[in-house]
Design a protein. Structure first.
Length: 321
């Protein structure tokens, strides 16, 4: 894929999650407790390294911010993977409180210097096979937001099954211009539905990849309107950037904050009130999976032909052990 780096494009890689659902499997496979986003399950690169590589096809390295959680830096492997990144672009949050608080540090940096820039949000722990095609669609989302800066574009994929621990997008079926994009207006965003609701959502909705594009100004406006506690913390952090008080201000803000989800607590409220502002961009021809369980990880590798590599990794570990 040819790289395309418009000057104002930015990106945020969320690599700070403390999701431990694969903890036992990772310990069996690798003999360590490193978070899943820093594990190379197949091949030589970890999930976060793949994510950073994908993002840099559209975003200049100096405009790509990575959010990590402080306790993860205790792992030498995590430090090794982040060592090549500019110190200014690796932002350390005190704790993992969800995607809402995780946005605060990178959004403050981007909003201060490039408030009208379009930025893409990338989870660091998702498995994507057809990376070039996926990033072509992220590029289309960038184009849509650059054309209509008050919009938010969320990438979705066709569900393979009714998964209760996935996030879903429901649209109203109305086409977004330009017609070639296939985008639709979002009317509902659902995270972790029950089993019955998941069956209904999978039949008529999309899985939410949590990859999305919006401008820094739009994100700040929506946070101010729908998440006032998060907005107060954001304002304090942005004001303290580059000062001696920055570290203590971030610590204090995180102590006050409750866990929150940017999708559930901000975008969903926006969709209910003004559905035309959030667009869903369906991505076809791409295999995507959120590895929330060992079963899903193994199943996705079998479907995509990578399972033998996983078995080799496990066999090598057994010989060493």
């Amino acid at each position: 894929m040819k790289e395309n780096h418009p000057k104002e494009r930015c990106g945020i890689v969320l690599a700070g999650t403390k999701d431990n659902r694969l903890g036992a499997f990772i310990h069996y496979l690798r003999g360590c407790a490193v978070p899943k986003q820093y594990i190379n399950f197949i091949g030589t690169r970890s999930m976060v390294e793949h994510t950073l590589d994908r993002a840099e096809r559209l975003v200049q390295r100096g405009c790509l911010y990575t959010v990590v959680t402080r306790e993860h830096l205790a792992h030498a492997e995590v430090q090794r993977q982040l060592a090549a990144r500019s110190r200014d672009t690796v932002l350390v949050q005190p704790d993992d409180l969800g995607s809402g608080p995780a946005l605060l540090l990178p959004l403050a940096h981007i909003h201060r210097h490039r408030p009208q820039s379009a930025l893409a949000l990338f989870p660091a722990d998702h498995f994507i096979v057809e990376e070039n095609l996926f990033m072509t669609q992220v590029g289309a989302a960038f184009y849509m937001v650059e054309k209509n800066p008050t919009d938010i574009v969320v990438l979705g994929v066709e569900p393979e099954s009714a998964e209760a621990d996935c996030a879903y997008i429901m649209t109203d079926g109305e086409a977004e211009e330009p017609a070639w994009s296939g985008a639709r207006n979002v009317r509902l965003l659902v995270e972790n539905p029950g089993a019955a609701e998941a069956r209904e959502l999978a039949g008529s909705g999309l899985w939410n990849t949590m990859t999305m594009v919006f401008t820094a100004d739009t994100a700040v406006h929506l946070i101010r309107r729908f998440a006032p506690e998060l907005y107060r913390a954001f304002c304090e952090i942005e004001s303290a950037l580059g000062t001696r008080a920055e570290g203590s201000v971030v610590e204090r803000a995180y102590r006050r904050l409750q866990p929150s989800s940017f999708t559930r607590d901000v975008l969903q409220k926006c969709a209910l009130l003004r559905p035309a502002r959030i667009r869903a961009l369906p991505v076809a021809g791409v295999y995507w999976s959120d590895w929330a369980s060992e079963e899903r990880l193994v199943d996705s590798l079998k479907k995509t032909g990578y399972f033998d590599r996983l078995k080799k990794t496990a066999a090598d570990r057994a010989q060493l052990g």
